[in-house]
Write a protein that binds this ligand. Structure first.
Ligand code: ZN
Length: 309
């Protein structure tokens, strides 16, 4: 069993409209935009990153906004909800805030003793705010008060027709079953960051999801550095997974592989981080391009939709 994985690093989803996406994550949820760059494989499209002040691994929600994207269809083989930690006793304040911004799909539930506020993102993305004890420092620069602000990810809920193989894989990756009901398995990675929880939801009769705007594209797991990443890569290859070579994403190094339930998994390094090419004080303001796409700057600056801030 692996010991290198420390919880989530980031979650990456698809959106339709960049401006709407930016407004939702910064104004409504109060996260900080920590990087404005492009999809390295499709540089005509933004890659927007939202998180805490520094974009600490375990806080970073990222988006590829494709202006022509159709909406995804929910189902199995995908992340059904991405969940963020909020302080205990703040659900009502968030219900009020989400109502003020006319956020869709709002409801509440309780899961394994945690109160949750469920809501939809701009493209129908599934989200929840989960009341947790969490000592991470929130970003408050966008006007959400410190006593209620989002602390970072709690985790993700993965929907599967059959959860057995994914449960086994996560066990190999260092996660342990922490709680269980008939159709729900909570897995937590011990010694990880605070984004340490994955809930597997077994939905044997549900249709498979179709990816589109509002869908999670992949989830990334955090490792400390490149040496730990290579250990994970070797172990996954030895177990029979097809894993990509290490890819330089400028702010972290990435490897990818497909999990048995269909969700694309990434393992990303905590180094070098988002202050690699701009000061922490100014993160996310200027368009940052990877060196291979720097020659496209003047075209991209005129074609990418202004974010409105
Ligand atoms: Zn990623």
């Amino acid at each position: 069993m692996l010991k290198q994985i420390k919880g989530l690093h980031h979650v990456t989803s698809l959106a339709r409209d960049a401006r709407e996406n930016n407004a939702f994550f910064t104004n409504v949820l109060g996260l900080r935009r920590v990087k404005k760059t492009v999809n390295f494989d499709a540089p005509d499209v933004y890659h927007l990153y939202y998180g805490d002040e520094a974009g600490t691994p375990g806080t970073v929600m990222t988006y590829f906004p494709f202006p022509m994207a159709g909406r995804g269809r929910k189902g199995t083989g995908e992340v059904g909800r991405t969940t963020f930690a909020i302080p205990k006793g703040t659900s009502q304040a968030w219900l009020d805030r989400l109502a003020t911004f006319e956020v869709a799909g709002v409801s509440t539930d309780t899961r394994f003793g945690d109160k949750r506020v469920l809501f939809d993102g701009p493209d129908g993305d599934g989200f929840a705010l989960v009341e947790r004890d969490d000592d991470r420092m929130p970003w408050t620069g966008n006007g959400v008060a410190e006593d209620i602000a989002i602390r970072g990810f709690h985790g993700v809920d993965i929907r599967l027709r059959d959860d057995a193989a994914t449960c086994e894989l996560l066990g190999f990756m260092g996660y342990e079953v922490a709680d269980k009901t008939d159709d729900l398995t909570r897995m937590i990675v011990p010694g990880g960051n605070a984004a340490n929880t994955i809930d597997l939801e077994a939905m044997p009769n549900a249709p498979r999801a179709d990816q589109g705007a509002g869908s999670v594209h992949h989830i990334a797991f955090a490792v400390d550095n490149r040496a730990r990443q290579l250990e994970v890569r070797e172990a996954l290859l030895d177990t029979g997974y097809q894993v990509t070579p290490v890819i330089d994403r400028d702010y972290f190094y990435a490897i990818y592989f497909r999990s048995p339930g269909g969700v694309l998994f990434e393992v990303a390094t905590n180094e070098p981080g988002f202050d690699r090419d701009e000061d922490t004080a100014n993160l996310g303001q200027n368009l940052k391009l990877p060196s291979q796409h720097e020659h496209l700057r003047s075209r991209l600056e005129s074609t990418l939709e202004p974010l409105g801030d």
